[in-house]
Design a protein around this ligand. Sequence first.
Ligand SMILES: [Zn+2]
Ligand SMILES: [Zn+2]
Length: 236
Amino acid sequence: MRQLADGVYWLEGLRSSNAYLVVSDRGLLLVDGGMAADVPRIVSQIESLGRAVAALKGIVVTHAHGDHTGGVTELVRRSGASVMAHRDEAPYIEGDESLPAGSLIQRAVRWLDDLISGGSKGVEVEKKLGDQDCLEFLGGLRVIHTPGHTPGSISLYQEQREILFCGDLLFNGDLFTGRGGLRQAPRFFSAEPDEATRSLEGLAELDVKVLCVGHGEPLVLENSMKMEQVLENVRA
Ligand SMILES: [Zn+2]
Ligand SMILES: [Zn+2]
């Protein structure tokens, strides 16, 4: 586990995706839930802070992909945390609908993702979020609807502290070669990759100091930067 900012931790060692723990006086919030097999790692890192998993009040899911949701059912069972996600993403998380897949390769990727992430078929989204909603953690976490990777993908932004959770809008490092550098998700992972690019560009005006990406190491900048500047170095 690595502390990124006061009350914000990167839970290390998950199999693929990132999960982040937010510790605030409103209780603990988990941003994304890893795969089913990641649950013991997530729980042990929460406990290493001297907190019980029951202190988890919420799990906010950036999007429905299995590597971010596979662990949620078990984490909810152990903690009673309420699951939050964008209302457009809820049907996919709840298992009522399958994510759109435009091509055969996308369908194959989705199938593989479901298989290895090990989530049981769906978990109830108790709190359905909309763009600009504010979560009462970390002094206010603003929900920004950033569709494209999936229809209801969201980012979360803490304005005063300049902390951005951007889900799979950005990866740090290549998933396959391990080479570093910020980049967008591989196109075939995204339902509408061009829309994802527009969503990313829509964040240009935000000031960031801590950038919590969906995969790879999060970035802690020495000085705050406009996302616009950060994006200059992003490979499409
Ligand atoms: Zn992912
Ligand atoms: Zn994803």
